[in-house]
Design a protein around this ligand. Sequence first.
Ligand code: AMP
Length: 307
Amino acid sequence: MSLLVVGTVAFDALETPFGKRDKIIGGSATYFSLAATFFTQQANLVAVVGDDFEQSDIEMMQSRGIGTEGLQIKAGEKSFFWSGRYHEDMNTRDTLVTDLNVLADFDPQIPDSYQGCEYLMLGNLTPTVQMQVLDRLKERPKLVVMDTMNFWMEIAMDDLKKIMARVDVLSINDEEARQLSGEYSLVKAARAIMAMGPKFLIIKKGEHGALLFHGNEAFFAPALPLEEVFDPTGAGDSFAGGFLGYLAATGDTSFENMKRAVINGSAIASFCVEKFGPERLAELTKKELNNRIQEFVDLVQFDIDLD
Ligand code: AMP
């Protein structure tokens, strides 16, 4: 089992109804790998940062089992910066700033030690870079999962469609699924998107859970009703980290096991939203995670007698 993720490692500025942070570590690959290493011993990272990135943050990642050999540090350049503001309901947000900085000419390098990886996460990132990573792996991984967002649909739809045609699982939110397919019904959207390539589709619906589609089958996982949602940033990436981390740990990519993976992803995402940025994931214990997975089981289990 080996797991590789390409995505952003970033600085974020976040504003929610509960407060704000002007500069906090974020990025799709950061959340993904922090979540995945609760399931796998190691998650290898391919990403780029500027020299404004703190060595202590890199050490924090390494201490969690995140392989940083593929993390490029560009002297004299600035890291990718994203800023967002959440609405009162916390399900919707406005992007205020996206400064690509080092991402603008990112040329992803795959260390030799990463070759032969079995599980690949193409985290939210420039579609051409996602494509380059897949092209630069000498062997196609056993399972390729991909995430993206409206930003890339708006500026790079053609490239996005090319990479989508080559992945096994696409993980996006409901708004993105509608934008990508032009369909309002999520069932119709799922059919249209799977016709573009991915055999499996995950549609995340924030506090309303997540849907997993495959052929004519569908599975629904609720989100845990939480008393307080502090900051939803990174929930989608943490979900993907839990999902693929679990598949990599169990080595089983069947639809049945993906259902369990969706529950594991939902459980870890439910922690991510409890504090700002990746703060909660950084302090989370495996015991807390296991207790929460049990809460998910209890939430949806019921007996019914039919005559
Ligand atoms: P999520 O809340 O799961 O969508 O992920 C939020 C993270 O995605 C933040 O930490 C951002 O740094 C990162 N992000 C925001 N916009 C982009 C983008 N256009 N491409 C890649 N990563 C992004």
